[in-house]
Design a protein around this ligand. Structure first.
Ligand SMILES: Cc1cc2nc3c(=O)[nH]c(=O)nc-3n(C[C@H](O)[C@H](O)[C@H](O)COP(=O)(O)O)c2cc1C
Length: 165
């Protein structure tokens, strides 16, 4: 049994996709939870804010969930050919404690998924680069869906099996 954390960066179709990953994982006997970065409503990262304890958000629950998970599935829509700001912003805040961030990310099995206006290929590429850079072990198979394309249940199934190694 593996513990999955589905990290959705928006609360619409991508959160719905996260719920499909959760039900697939739990049907296979795994543990699965969702964290919604949009719902966390983190302040925009700036260096000035990061140096002011009154302006620095408490992300300890997020860090605990991410650390305790055996695998993450990151689910984000494409924004202007890249990563949406909620995800980028969360990564900036998480990386403030750089050493523990690297420890948390290194070798973490990560799957990538999107529900985007178009195909979502650009956000998948951008997330692959981002999560590889921070040391995660990003699997090859990805789940891309959009206005004109349903998420493929076989892909979701295979991603869960691959990540639960
Ligand atoms: C600011 C902004 C930029 C967007 N840029 C793109 C884009 O470059 N490519 C694309 O396919 N869809 C783009 N979209 C559409 C979103 O990917 C799409 O609406 C997605 O389903 C939103 O996810 P959500 O329902 O979880 O909020 C953009 C949407 C917004 C709000």
């Amino acid at each position: 049994m593996a513990r999955f954390l589905m990290i959705t960066s928006t609360s619409g179709a991508n959160r719905e996709l996260a719920a499909v990953f959760v039900s697939t994982a739990t049907a296979k006997g795994h543990d699965a939870a969702v964290v919604d970065l949009a719902e966390m409503n983190l302040p925009m990262f700036t260096v000035a804010r990061s140096k002011d304890p009154d302006e620095t958000p408490d992300i300890s629950d997020l860090v605990t969930s991410m650390t305790q998970a055996d695998a993450w599935i990151v689910i984000a829509p494409e924004y202007n050919g890249s990563i949406p700001p909620t995800l980028n912003n969360a990564i900036a805040w998480l990386s403030m404690d750089w050493q523990s961030f690297r420890t948390m990310c290194t070798g973490k099995p990560v799957g990538l998924a999107t529900h985007s206006g178009g195909g979502g290929a650009h956000v998948i590429m951008a997330m692959r680069q981002q999560f590889s850079y921070i040391g995660a072990d990003v699997i090859g198979r990805t789940c891309m869906s959009g206005r004109d394309k349903e998420a493929n249940p076989e892909t979701i199934d295979a991603m869960i099996d691959n990540l639960a190694r």
